[in-house]
Design a protein. Structure first.
Length: 117
């Protein structure tokens, strides 16, 4: 399985980005998925997840600003990020939902999001 995240970049506070993550080589639709982020010097944190029926769940600090979705036909998950804050700056990754999976896929490189104030 390969995870290819894209869509990151440098934006100003208050702006939006949409991240995509293509999962190749898996039975994509079976799995609950998650978006994670890792800021410098910190661990990787699950911030949003979506089950195989499309029901989302969010960490409190992104709730109302971020939207996770999935397209099973394209084997892609998306993270729409609005009202970005400098503290959202991190490398963003996708993978299985760590709370629903016995093990995770090998991590891809992620995509860098930098939010300037």
């Amino acid at each position: 399985v390969q995870l290819q995240a894209s869509g990151g970049g440098l934006v100003q506070a208050g702006e939006s980005l949409t991240l995509s993550c293509v999962v190749s080589g898996s039975t994509f639709s079976r799995y609950a998925l998650g978006w994670y982020r890792q800021a410098p010097g910190q661990g990787r944190l699950l911030i949003a997840d979506i089950n195989n029926e499309g029901r989302p769940n969010y960490a409190d600090f992104v709730k109302g600003r971020f939207t996770i979705s999935r397209d099973n036909a394209k084997k892609t998950t998306y993270l729409q990020m609005n009202s970005l804050k400098p503290e959202d700056s991190a490398v963003y990754f996708c993978n299985k939902d760590q709370y629903e999976a016995a093990d995770l896929w090998f991590w891809g490189q992620g995509t860098q999001v930098t939010v300037s104030s």
